[in-house]
Design a protein around this ligand. Structure first.
Ligand code: NAD
Length: 351
């Protein structure tokens, strides 16, 4: 079993494991990133799957080290490996460089953001048995980054919706539903107001839905969907959303199952994937050994599935369930007293 001192993030360019099988770009990121990604690496290594971790810097850490939030070597590594395990990156509000998360997802054409959001026994929340899968379009919408000042005091942000990207994300959702025995897909929209853009998104979702008669298809306006989610989340199965609604609604759903510390995520494209928790850099608890490593470790389990190690991915999920259920070694956000390192050690022990 790796000892805690062994799972500090390795120095730039260093290899994590001997006996290399698969190269994966490792981006510890900013804030709590190095703590939770260090935990995820330790758990993956403890499964016995050998990975050649290629440590790279991005965001504020990239600026500090190389003077760029997206250094050339990061992009080269991502293009070579096609797979990354990534911590959160800091993005300044209302100023500074554009989000590197958005940039990386677009650069690698990782068009589908998948966020499985489930209740865990042992984690006290208002609802039990929440089991939602959120599919968020990752490449367009108001995240197009097209903003300009028309005149002093007047700005425009451009919402871009294309039929191609809308069909592609709808197909991803229905394919996922079919492969994973899900029952329904609900497209979330505001087409009563944005008749053209959200209207096109819906039109594409409806057309794709027709090809999947075995999966029920529903539609709901985003505000009503938020209300319904907080009253009865079991009314939904899979949610299909544009970029901005997907971002907001997935944080709302995280709140239904115990918070941002427990919800994993993955960004998929046709030729690669980046695995990262839903949460951000959590500056209020960064560097204090308080962050919940669950979301990062579950994201690493999604990576193990993607790399062809479903058995090990299942073992990781089982170990997390055991630790959460016992409730003895959980972090402060879940009502416990354990540190990030304590909880990681307990998860490795449960493996
Ligand atoms: P946040 O997710 O960092 O934090 C929101 C709240 O959740 C905080 O109270 C935090 O302590 C808590 N939290 C988050 N992760 C936790 C964990 N693992 N364990 C326990 N508690 C946890 O959101 P924010 O404060 O709005 O954003 C902070 C920074 O992160 C911003 O710069 C933002 O741009 C960035 N961000 C990055 C990503 C990403 O890289 N994918 C995602 C979201 C936000």
């Amino acid at each position: 079993m790796p000892r805690l001192k062994d799972f500090k993030v390795p120095p730039d360019g260093a290899k994590w494991s001997a006996g290399v099988v698969r190269a994966v770009t490792l981006i510890p990121g900013d804030g709590v990133g190095p703590e939770v990604i260090g935990a995820a690496v330790a758990v993956v290594d403890a499964t016995g799957v050998r990975i050649d971790w290629q440590h790279q810097f991005a965001g504020a850490a990239g600026i500090k080290r190389y003077g760029s939030p997206a250094p050339d070597q990061l992009l080269e590594s991502l293009r070579a490996t096609g797979v990354a395990l990534k911590g959160p990156l800091e993005t300044q509000v209302g100023e500074g460089y554009r989000s590197i998360n958005v940039y990386l997802r677009r650069e690698l054409n990782l068009y589908a953001n998948l966020r499985p959001t489930q209740s865990f026994s042992g984690v006290t929340t208002r609802f039990k048995n929440v089991d939602l899968v959120i599919v968020r379009e990752n490449t367009e919408d108001l995240y197009s980054g097209i903003e300009h000042q028309v005149a002093p005091g007047v700005v425009e942000s451009v919402k871009v919706i294309t039929a191609r990207a809308s069909r592609r994300i709808a197909r991803f959702a229905f394919e996922y539903a079919r492969k994973n025995q899900r029952k329904s897909v609900t497209a979330i929209h505001k087409a009563n107001i944005m008749k053209l853009s959200d209207g096109l998104f819906l039109k594409c979702a409806r057309a794709v839905a027709k090809e999947y008669p075995d999966i029920a298809y529903n539609e709901q306006i985003v505000d009503a969907a938020c209300m319904r989610l907080v009253v009865d989340p079991t009314a939904f199965d899979m949610l299909l959303l544009e970029n901005l609604y997907g971002d907001i609604v997935s944080d709302l759903c995280a709140g239904l199952v115990g918070g941002l510390g427990v919800v994993p995520g993955a960004n998929y494209g046709d030729r690669g994937a980046i695995f990262e928790a839903v949460h951000g850099t959590a500056p209020d608890i960064a560097g204090k050994n308080l962050a919940n490593p669950t979301a990062a470790i579950l994201s690493a389990a999604m990576m193990l599935d993607y790399l062809g190690h479903p058995r090990e991915a299942g073992r990781v999920r089982g170990a997390i369930k055991t630790v959460l259920k016992s409730g003895k070694t959980v972090t402060r956000d879940l009502g416990g007293k354990a540190t990030t390192a304590d909880m990681t050690r307990a998860i490795i022990h449960a493996l």
